[in-house]
Design a protein around this ligand. Structure first.
Ligand code: SAM
Ligand code: SF4
Length: 335
C-alpha cells in the first residue's frame, strides 16, 4: 500500500481543494476587479491532467475533493471531469466529491452532479435581495441562482449557503437569510472577509464585520448554543434552538485551526499551495507534463511539496507587509 501523505507536523493530508478555472461569470466586489485578466488557456491543466493529478492524490490517501474556482461550473467540459472522479467514489478510496459554486449553472448541472456522486454543494450567496445581489456580484442575477438551488434540492443535493459577512451590507439580513435557509433546510456559514488580491479601489461595498459581532447579533434574534464539533477546518458552529439549524463561522484570519489543518490547494495551473495564508507553493504541472506516462515523478513531487507545509499562516496585520494582504485572488487559490 502507498504510504499516506503526512506533513512535518504529523498532520495527515486527506483533503484536496482544486480550482479548475480562474474564470467566473460573476465579479463579486470582494473577490475580483471588474476588468480581470485571466490566464492563457494553455497554462491551465487540461481535464485529463486534472484527472491524473486528482487520481494521484487519491492514491496517496486524499479522501475528500472539493472542486472550486473561479466558478467551477463555467469550465468547459467540467462534467466529464466530475464523471471521471466517480470511479474513486465507487472504489471507496474517495469518501466525498463536492464543490463550491456561485449557483449560476446549477439549474443546468444539478442532476449530472448528483449522478456523478456529488451529494453536498456549497453555494455562495451573500444576500437574498435582488438589487443588492446584483450590486455585490456585479454580473450575477439572483433569480438564476435561486432556480439553481431549487434544481439542486430537487436532484437530492444537500446545500450549504456560504455568506461573506459585510458590515453595512448584509448585516440587516442576518435574521431573514437565516430564516430563509431554515425554511429550505440548508445550513448556513458566515465567512469573514479576507484581504485578498488587487480588487481595485471601488470595492468598499460593505466592510469587515467581525464574526464575533455576527455571533452576537444572533443572540438578539435566537437562542444560541455553541457546538464543540470541528471538521479540521476553520469553521466553528452554533445551534439555533428556534430553527434547529447549525450555523458556521469561518474566521480564516485567526490561527485557531492550523494545528488540525488537513488540506492543501491546487490551482488550475497545477500549483500546489500548502497554506491559504502563505506564498509557498510547488509547481506540479512540470512533473505532470514532463512525465506523461510516469505517476512516480508526480508522486515524488507531491511528497516533496507536502514536506514544505508550514505550521500555520500569518494574516496578522501587524506582522505582514501591506496590511496583511495576500497578493493572490481567492479565485486563484480557490477560496
Ligand atoms: N465561484 C465560486 C463561489 O463563489 O462559490 C467558488 C470560488 S469563490 C473564490 C469561493 C469562496 O470564496 C466564495 O464563498 C466567496 O464568497 C469567497 N471569497 C472570495 N473572496 C473572498 C474574500 N476576499 N474574503 C472572504 N471570502 C472570499
Ligand atoms: Fe466568482 Fe466566486 Fe469570486 Fe464571486 S466569489 S467573483 S462567484 S469566484
Amino acid at each position: 500500500m502507498t504510504a499516506p501523505l503526512i506533513d512535518p507536523f504529523a498532520r495527515a493530508i486527506t483533503y484536496l481543494r482544486v480550482s479548475v478555472t480562474d474564470r467566473c461569470d460573476f465579479r463579486c466586489v470582494y473577490c475580483m476587479s471588474e476588468n480581470m485578466t485571466f490566464l492563457p488557456k494553455k497554462d491551465l491543466l487540461t481535464l485529463e491532467e486534472l484527472d491524473r493529478m486528482c487520481s494521484t492524490f487519491v492514491n496517496l490517501g486524499v479522501e475528500k475533493l472539493r472542486i472550486t474556482g473561479g466558478e467551477p461550473l463555467v469550465r468547459r467540459g467540467i462534467m466529464t471531469f466530475f464523471r471521471s472522479m466517480t470511479r474513486h467514489l465507487e472504489s471507496n478510496a474517495l469518501k466525498e466529491l463536492t464543490l463550491t459554486t456561485n449557483g449560476s449553472q446549477l439549474e443546468k448541472y444539478a442532476q449530472d452532479l448528483y449522478d456523478a456522486g456529488v451529494r453536498r454543494v456549497n453555494v455562495s450567496l451573500d444576500t437574498i435581495d435582488e438589487g443588492k445581489f446584483a450590486e455585490i456580484t456585479r454580473w450575477g442575477r439572483l433569480p438564476q441562482v435561486l432556480r439553481g438551488i431549487d434544481a439542486a434540492q430537487k436532484a437530492g443535493l444537500r446545500i450549504k449557503i456560504n455568506a461573506v459577512a459585510l458590515k453595512g451590507f448584509n448585516e440587516d439580513e442576518l435574521p431573514t437569510i437565516t430564516q430563509w435557509c431554515a425554511e429550505r433546510d440548508m445550513d448556513l456559514t458566515w465567512i469573514e472577509v479576507m484581504p485578498m488580491g488587487d480588487i481595485g479601489n471601488e470595492n468598499r461595498l460593505g466592510q469587515y464585520w467581525s464574526l464575533k459581532d455576527v455571533r452576537r447579533s444572533y443572540e438578539d434574534h435566537f437562542t444560541v448554543t455553541d457546538l464543540t464539533e470541528r471538521t479540521g477546518g476553520p469553521a466553528r458552529y452554533v445551534r439555533l434552538e428556534e430553527t434547529g439549524q447549525k450555523i458556521g463561522f469561518i474566521t480564516p484570519l485567526s490561527h485557531n485551526f492550523c494545528e488540525s489543518c488537513n488540506r492543501v490547494r491546487l490551482t488550475c495551473t497545477g500549483e500546489l499551495y500548502m497554506c491559504l495564508g502563505q506564498e509557498d507553493m510547488a509547481d506540479l504541472r512540470a512533473p505532470l507534463r514532463d512525465h506523461p506516462e510516469d505517476e512516480q515523478a508526480l508522486e515524488t513531487a507531491i511528497r516533496a511539496a507536502i514536506t514544505l507545509k508550514p505550521k500555520g499562516h500569518d494574516f496578522d496585520y501587524s506582522r505582514q507587509k501591506l496590511d496583511g494582504q495576500m497578493p493572490r485572488h481567492m479565485s486563484h487559490t480557490g477560496g
